[in-house]
Design a binder for this molecule. Structure first.
Ligand SMILES: Nc1nc2c(ncn2[C@@H]2O[C@H](COP(=O)(O)OP(=O)(O)OP(=O)(O)O)[C@@H](O)[C@H]2O)c(=O)[nH]1
Ligand SMILES: [Mg+2]
Length: 281
């Protein structure tokens, strides 16, 4: 059992980024002073990484290994070295001022602090009534399957103790991308996958009221019906996975422990100043 540093936990903010240069310029300067901010780049072609380094020179940059937000988060989680990981979207939809509330919930005893637009203090600038109704239906399905009380299954602003990364069992970074499509967990299903796996592991979940802001720049990629069905498929797949896992004996994976003790700093790209120093050395 790992003893948690509840007295003064260090915080890693993991930011998946795909073409968010304009948003990063506004959002990154608002982040609190933490142990590290890790930007995981998904082959951005709009100068996102350069923009991030300009406004936050100490930012750490990780390149994801395949496609998708899920693969980006998996890489960021393994590179992180803080006690707590905060999942933070780059598009301006997550309010940096809420980070202390997530940390407080974890320090108070939660394993997983789950942001919710429908908990006390939560809200949304841009959710439609149809999406709200769909979200409630999906919560009901997930809560029945996992005996949980999620009020906002489809929301990606969360935080958790880093020792729980193995519980998520996300696809290994060095697996090849399949020729058709993506590995399960690499795509946008990641948010639901994380919620379901935390629930299946029966960790202590506390909801944190969170106000979803509108994306600052860029168009939304949301498609109400197909996204809804994807979440439903994800809940069902994760329910089957959890049921199968209950029939297998639990084993302690030594490589998980090793990674916890030695974060994958090799994934972090040399910073601008550092690579310049190496060139001139
Ligand atoms: N590294 C990486 N980041 C991604 C990828 N896809 C999305 N992201 C980032 O993940 C975060 C959430 O993605 P969004 O496109 O905002 O998804 P959303 O919030 O469901 O939809 P809208 O904000 O309404 O467009 C943003 O910071 C994106 O830049 C990807 O394939 N790789
Ligand atoms: Mg968004």
């Amino acid at each position: 059992m790992i003893r948690r540093n509840t007295a003064a936990p260090t915080i890693s903010i993991v930011v998946p980024v795909k073409n968010e240069a304009a948003n990063l310029r506004e959002v990154l300067p608002q982040l609190p002073d933490v142990h590290e901010v890790i930007l995981v780049d998904g082959n951005s072609v709009d100068g996102s990484v350069e923009a991030a380094r300009e406004v936050l020179p100490e930012i750490l940059v990780v390149r994801q290994t395949r496609k998708g937000k899920g693969n980006a988060l998996a890489a960021g989680f393994l590179a992180a070295s803080g006690d707590i990981i905060v999942m933070f979207d780059a598009d301006g939809s997550a309010d940096p001022a809420e980070i202390p509330a997530f940390v407080d919930a974890l320090v108070a005893g939660a394993d997983f602090a789950k942001g919710s637009r429908f908990a006390l203090g939560g809200g949304s600038e841009d959710i439609t009534r149809l999406r709200t109704a769909g979200n409630h239906g999906l919560n009901l399905v997930a809560n029945t399957a996992f005996r949980t009380r999620f009020s906002d299954l489809c929301y990606g602003y969360n935080a958790f103790w880093r020792d729980l990364v193995p519980v998520l069992d996300l696809p290994a970074l060095d697996l090849p991308a399949p020729e058709s499509g993506m590995l399960w967990g690499d795509g946008f299903e990641i948010e639901t996958v994380i919620n379901c796996r935390m629930a299946a592991a029966q960790v202590a979940i506390t909801e944190v009221g969170s106000v979803e802001l509108s994306r600052i720049h860029g168009e939304s990629n949301l498609r109400t019906f197909s996204d809804g069905f994807r979440v439903l498929r994800t809940i069902m797949a994760e329910f089957r996975r959890a049921r199968a896992a209950r029939r297998r004996p639990a084993v302690t994976n030594l490589s998980d422990l090793r990674n916890y003790l030695h974060p994958r700093t090799d994934l972090i790209e040399a910073g601008r100043d550092q690579s310049l120093a190496e060139q001139t050395a």
